[in-house]
Design a protein around this ligand. Sequence first.
Ligand code: AMP
Length: 397
Amino acid sequence: MELINIKDIDVANKKVFIRCDFNVPQDEFGNISDDRRIKSALTTIKYCLDNDCSIILASHLGRPKGEVVSKFSLKPVQKRLHTLLKQEVKLADDVVGEDAIGKAKDLKEGEVLLLENLRFEAGETKNDKDLAEKLASMADVYINDAFGVSHRAHSSVEGITEFFKEGEKAAGFLLTKEVTYFHKTMEKPVRPFVAIVGGSKVSGKLQALENLLPKVDKLIIGGGMAFTFLKARGYEIGKSLVEDDLLFDAHKIIDEAKKRGVKLYLPVDILCAQEFSADSMTINTTTMEIPKDWMGLDIGPASSIIFKEALHDAQTILWNGPMGVYEMEKFAKGSYKLSHQVAESHATKIIGGGDTADLVERAGDADEMTFISTGGGASLELLEGKMLPGVKPLVKV
Ligand code: AMP
C-alpha cells in the first residue's frame, strides 16, 4: 500500500489545509508540557512554506464535546508554533465561523492561520457533511498529517476528503512515514520478526494478536494480559488481572502459534503485590507459585533474561504494551529492562502505542528506537490490519 504524498501533487502557491494532531498535554497552568506532536508537524508545514503556499492548520485538543471551552483553546499551540516557525501565526476565533472563513480568505502566500479547536464544533466527531464542506471551502488542497486521529471518521479527517478531487489531496510527511513503516514491517519484515505485546487486557489487543500470528516468528506476551494466557494454561494466577470470557480465545492463540511454528513466550516469573499500590509488599515468584491472594504487577528477572534470549537474533521488533504497571516505579523494572534490551538490539525497532512510547522515553531509550509511532489508537488499528478511514482516501490506486 502506497499513499499519495504531498510531494506527488502540486501545492505551489496554493491555499493548503493541513489537518494536524496538536492534541498536546498541558500542565495545570495550561503550559504545553510536551510539544513533540507540534514539532513533528513542522516538516510538512515548512515544505508548504517553501512552496509559497498560504497555510490553514486545523486540529482538535482535548474533549470539549462540541462546545467552546476556553481551556481547550488552541491559543497555547499558536504561541508554540510561532516560536518554532519563527513567524507570525494567526489564530481564528472560531472553526468555520465568520472569523475563520474571513481570515482564510484574506490569507496571503507564506502566511499561516490556525483554526480554533475543531471539536468546538459538535459536527466534527459525527463526520458532519456540512462542517466538512465548510472546512474544505477554505482551501485548494487538503493534506492529512494527523496520524493520531486517522482511525476516526471525523469531518476534518474523512468527510472533508470528498470535497477535494484527485491531485488536490494527499498525506503529509508524518502520516506517510507512520503508515509506510507499519506496512513495510508487517508485509515484508526482515526475519526473525519478533512482536512484543503487553498492556492491560487481552480484549484490547485480541485482534492485533490474531493479525500478527501469521506474520511473526516469535511472540512475547507480557503485562496484565499475560495472566489470561497463564490461566488458560492452567496456572493459579491469584488476584491478577484476568478476562475469564477470553480464556477460550487465549487457548486458540496458543494452539494457532503451535500450529504455525511461532515461538510463544510468556513470563516464567512474576513480581507479585498484595495490593495495587506503590507501597504494597511484593514478592517474586515463579508463574507456578503465584499466591492466591496476591496479584502480578510486573514480570520477574528470569522472564527478562528469557525475553532477552528470544530477542538476540531478531531483525525486526515490533513492541506495543508495557510488561507491568510501569507507572509505579516498583513495577517498572521489567518494562525498563525490556526497553534497554530492545534498544540494544541491532534489529529494526518499531514502538507503537502511547504507553509504550512514554515508557521508552522514560527509560531513556527513545533515541535508540528506529521508529516511535505518535498515535496510540491508530497504530493499534494498523496492527489489527484495519484500513484507517483517514488514510483510505489517500491511498494510491
Ligand atoms: P494498554 O492500554 O492495554 O496498552 O495497557 C497499558 C496499561 O497496562 C498500563 O497503564 C499498565 O499499568 C497496565 N498494566 C501492565 N501490566 C499490568 C498488570 N500486570 N496488571 C495490571 N495492569 C497492568
